[in-house]
Design a protein around this ligand. Structure first.
Ligand SMILES: [Zn+2]
Length: 250
């Protein structure tokens, strides 16, 4: 049973009591609280309302994992890969299927250099969270197929666009044997302009087992490189080891 099921059952019981007592104010309050909880659950992966949204790893080791969304992007991903290779840092790339279709060799390079290539939907539509289970499943399958064709193996993790989820997200992922992965630090690197402010924001949330969300797609390359370089320096200074996502989740 998910937390969503639990909240739905509790809300139904509370609503029945409110109706039996003819307390319309109580009924309205229950319905409002239910809608607010569901709305927050859709938007906040860490609430894990609809299923097992993996948002952190092993808390016992001083390790973190870097994840990069929305690539591969020929304007920035190659330089990021050069930096990660020079620093000997593994990462997970949540790739958009249609970008992999356009840049299969770049996706293959990501995997060849020891990183993970994972599923971030095929089209990354803002309406993905409104898809029914079968449409969502075919969206995810399309990304799986394109990625497998490009890199030679299928993803094991799915991150929904913008991190929005609902019960279909988990059922569709389960149908394809994908685990749903979020984060516990959102860097806001596409919103915050200054790399030092992005790194400061990440530093404030750091704890063992942290999954850090960054972007390699649709972001100025110099900003990306400066952010990642100073983040790696900061992590080293604080004694954190950067491991690959699958290693962090062991
Ligand atoms: Zn995205």
């Amino acid at each position: 049973m998910t937390r969503f099921h639990l909240i739905a059952i509790l809300s139904a019981i509370a609503s029945t009591i409110a109706l039996a007592l003819h307390r319309s104010i109580l009924l309205n309050a229950v319905v409002l609280a239910f809608l607010i909880a569901v709305g927050l659950g859709v938007a906040i992966p860490q609430m894990r309302l609809f299923g097992n949204f993996i948002c952190s790893g092993n808390r016992k080791k001083k390790q973190v994992a870097l994840t990069f969304d929305d690539g591969p992007d020929p304007r920035s991903t190659p330089q990021l890969l050069d930096l990660l290779r020079a620093e000997k840092i593994p990462a997970a790339f949540f790739c958009i299927g249609k970008h992999v279709e356009k840049n299969p060799e770049l996706a293959a390079r990501i995997l060849r250099e020891g990183h993970l290539v994972e599923n971030h939907s095929f089209a990354h539509s803002n309406f993905t969270n409104f898809y029914g289970r079968s449409r969502l499943k075919s969206e995810l399958q399309q990304a799986q197929s394109v990625i497998e064709k490009a890199v030679g193996c299928a993803p094991k993790f799915f991150r929904p666009p913008v991190g929005l989820s609902n019960p279909h997200t988990f059922r569709a992922a389960q149908d394809l044997k994908l685990e749903v992965v979020g984060w516990n630090i959102r860097s806001l690197d596409t919103v915050i302009a200054a790399p030092e402010k992005i790194v400061a924001r990440i530093r404030r949330g750091l704890q063992p087992g942290t999954i850090i969300l960054l972007h390699d797609g649709n972001i100025p390359v110099e900003k990306l490189l400066t952010t990642v370089k100073s983040l790696l320096d900061e992590l080293r200074r604080l004694g954190y080891e950067v491991v690959r996502l699958d290693e962090l989740l062991k």
